[in-house]
Design a protein around this ligand. Structure first.
Ligand code: HEC
Ligand code: HEC
Ligand code: HEC
Ligand code: HEC
Ligand code: HEC
Ligand code: HEC
Length: 428
């Protein structure tokens, strides 16, 4: 009879473990999705990821502030007008907006033609994501503007979440072991004080005494522990692989405070005027100081920044004489694909008709250039999957278009269809 009793105990143990594990794993998802309709969340997630992650993360400052608890800082109506047109809010003289703008080095956030409903869904998504992750520092306006994120952003959120879950998991395991140890010793005491049990059975019970280490040795426990470690290792490995060399948001300080916002924005100088290679070659080129001199021979000659140009080409503005002691301006490269990948500007800008801003973001508003897209292989490939080939007025494509239409009349010819996913097109 007492043997049966013991095996019942085992079953109860297992049931307790299962219950606690199940409880801890579903805890997160429950608290967070309860109040919001999942379809709204999905819509919000999509909008957020497509439009906001270049500059924002929920739990850290990227180019813009961390968005955690944003609704505790601002009301929805304010957020609606801000996201629709932040410049308008700043111009209206709103104190908070003006201070925020200044704190972020006057980096203008783009305007979004979203409805209140759409913005609401983004805010819901942000709220839910924010509540998932254990407390992390939220940057207040006052703490000094943007910090740069040189690792991949965005993914950090999900990995922080994964780690949080794993830590809770390990903690709960430890707790279970302690509680089980207590239960077992109590039960053993109880049973051995039971007078109806024969001496023989009593011996059996005390010899079967379960301690924490025995429990650790059971196959289930071993399995669970191995699973936890393998998950951590796998997750770390995969994260590492996907973010190798990803430098989204990279915004190095340049040797001269050259501003695209002034030149390409305010004065509307064409990109080609300086980036002379962009329409005819692989590389866009960074302009030489001679190009700057076309204007700065006479514009702002007494500015300290302009004098750095003069120093580089050994020009003396008082005499107009050029010396021989020249040295190149050491612009810091912002965008940089690894050598194994081949990218051609002319093909995209001229043949493909893709705008600079599609890949480089709102350059005309940037005082300091930053890397807007993540430049991963996935980024190239996604665009090739989605973008139609610009075949109009390009005889080269006539045959290809005919072939494509013979096979598939419904969808227009995408870059994929002309080999945009072939490894050898992008890799030497
Ligand atoms: C090009 C970068 C960029 C993009 C893209 C961007 N933002 Fe911003 N955002 C900023 C910057 C920079 C600020 C800080 C204020 C400023 O400088 O204008 C900011 C501020 C904010 C604020 C106020 C934060 C606070 O602490 O009060 C909210 C809310 C916000 N952004 C939401 C969004 C949402 C939602 C999206 C996507 C639909 C988005 N942003 C896209 C750059 C960006
Ligand atoms: C008056 C000259 C000038 C004009 C006009 C100009 N740029 Fe630039 N651009 C520069 C200089 C100088 C740099 C290097 C310094 C820097 O990164 O700010 C640069 C850097 C860049 C970079 C980053 C290059 C890197 O290191 O990866 C991009 C992208 C870029 N420009 C895009 C544009 C686009 C798009 C336009 C048109 C809307 C434009 N530029 C117009 C002078 C110019
Ligand atoms: C087509 C004419 C033109 C070219 C080319 C040009 N700039 Fe300018 N730049 C201007 C104008 C106009 C201003 C604004 C002057 C003002 O604010 O009064 C300016 C302002 C500047 C300033 C700010 C100066 C200050 O102290 O306010 C810097 C720095 C600068 N340019 C650097 C460069 C560099 C570096 C290049 C070459 C890569 C370059 N510019 C090429 C027209 C030009
Ligand atoms: C399809 C995306 C795409 C478009 C469109 C695009 N660029 Fe780029 N750009 C890139 C990538 C990717 C790099 C990094 C190239 C590398 O490291 O080899 C880059 C690099 C640059 C650089 C750094 C110097 C260089 O050539 O490596 C400049 C400057 C630049 N782009 C300017 C422009 C201008 C100006 C336009 C519009 C006329 C433009 N880009 C359009 C993707 C694009
Ligand atoms: C914004 C969309 C976009 C992005 C991002 C983009 N491409 Fe493209 N790409 C195009 C388009 C459009 C064409 C078609 C041009 C044409 O008609 O030949 C193209 C064509 C190409 C081709 C020639 C394909 C062929 O079959 O002839 C190569 C190679 C290429 N892209 C490489 C890259 C690489 C490498 C990256 C990432 C660093 C990249 N592209 C990112 C839009 C994009
Ligand atoms: C549209 C262009 C494009 C195509 C097509 C493409 N790649 Fe890539 N690939 C890239 C770019 C860009 C990078 C560099 C990404 C980075 O630095 O994160 C890259 C990186 C890689 C890497 C190195 C990853 C790393 O982290 O260092 C490997 C391996 C690779 N590609 C394999 C392939 C294979 C295999 C194929 C064919 C199935 C392929 N690629 C097709 C653009 C492309």
């Amino acid at each position: 009879m007492s043997r049966k009793y013991l095996s019942k105990c085992r079953i109860i143990h297992v049931a307790i473990i299962a219950l606690i594990l199940f409880g801890s794993s579903s805890l997160y998802s429950q608290e967070s999705t309860e109040s919001v309709d999942p379809s709204v969340l999905a819509a919000g997630e999509k909008l957020y990821k497509a439009n906001c992650t270049q500059c924002h993360a929920i739990n850290e400052v990227v180019i813009g502030p961390s968005l955690k608890n944003i609704e505790e800082r601002r009301e929805r109506t304010w957020l609606f007008s801000w996201i629709k047109n932040s410049q308008k809010v700043i111009e209206s003289g709103d104190d908070y907006a003006v201070a925020l703008y200044a704190a972020y080095n006057k980096t203008a956030m783009p305007s979004y033609p979203f409805t209140d409903l759409e913005i609401g869904s983004i805010l819901d998504y942000i709220k839910v994501e924010g509540s998932k992750v254990p407390v992390a520092e939220v940057a207040a306006i006052t703490d000094g503007g943007p910090s740069l994120n040189q690792g991949g952003s965005g993914d950090n959120i999900s990995s922080a979440f994964m780690y949080a879950v794993l830590i809770v998991f390990v903690f709960v395991l430890g707790l279970i072991l302690v509680v089980l140890g207590l239960i077992v010793s109590l039960l053993t005491k109880y049973i051995s004080s039971d007078k109806e049990i024969s001496e023989e059975d009593k011996e059996l019970i005390t010899s079967q005494r379960v301690n924490v280490f025995d429990l650790l040795k059971t196959n289930t426990m071993l399995g669970i522990i191995i699973f936890a470690f393998v998950s951590i290792a796998l997750k770390t490995g995969i994260d590492g692989l996907f973010t190798v060399g990803v430098q989204q948001g990279y915004m190095p300080t340049q040797p001269i405070a050259y501003s695209h916002e002034i030149h390409a924005g305010q004065y509307e100088i064409d990109c080609n005027y300086c980036h002379t290679g962009v329409r005819k070659s692989k590389s866009a080129n960074i302009p030489s100081a001679n190009i700057c001199m076309n204007c700065h021979v006479s514009i702002k000659t007494d500015s300290k920044e302009i004098q750095k140009i003069y120093a580089a080409i050994d020009y003396d503005p008082s005499t107009g004489a050029y010396g021989t002691n020249t040295k190149p301006i050491e612009w810091v490269r912002v965008h940089n694909l690894p050598d194994l990948a081949y990218f051609n500007h002319a093909q995209h800008v001229v043949v493909g008709g893709v705008e600079c801003e599609t890949c480089h973001g709102p350059i005309k508003e940037m005082e300091v250039v930053y890397q807007y897209s993540n430049l991963t292989m996935g980024w190239c490939i996604n665009c090739h999957r989605e973008t139609n080939v610009n075949a109009k007025g390009n005889d080269y494509y006539n045959n290809l278009v005919e072939l494509h239409e013979a096979k598939n009349t419904k969808t227009p010819m995408k870059v994929v269809d002309i080999g945009g996913l072939e490894c050898s097109k992008c890799h030497y």
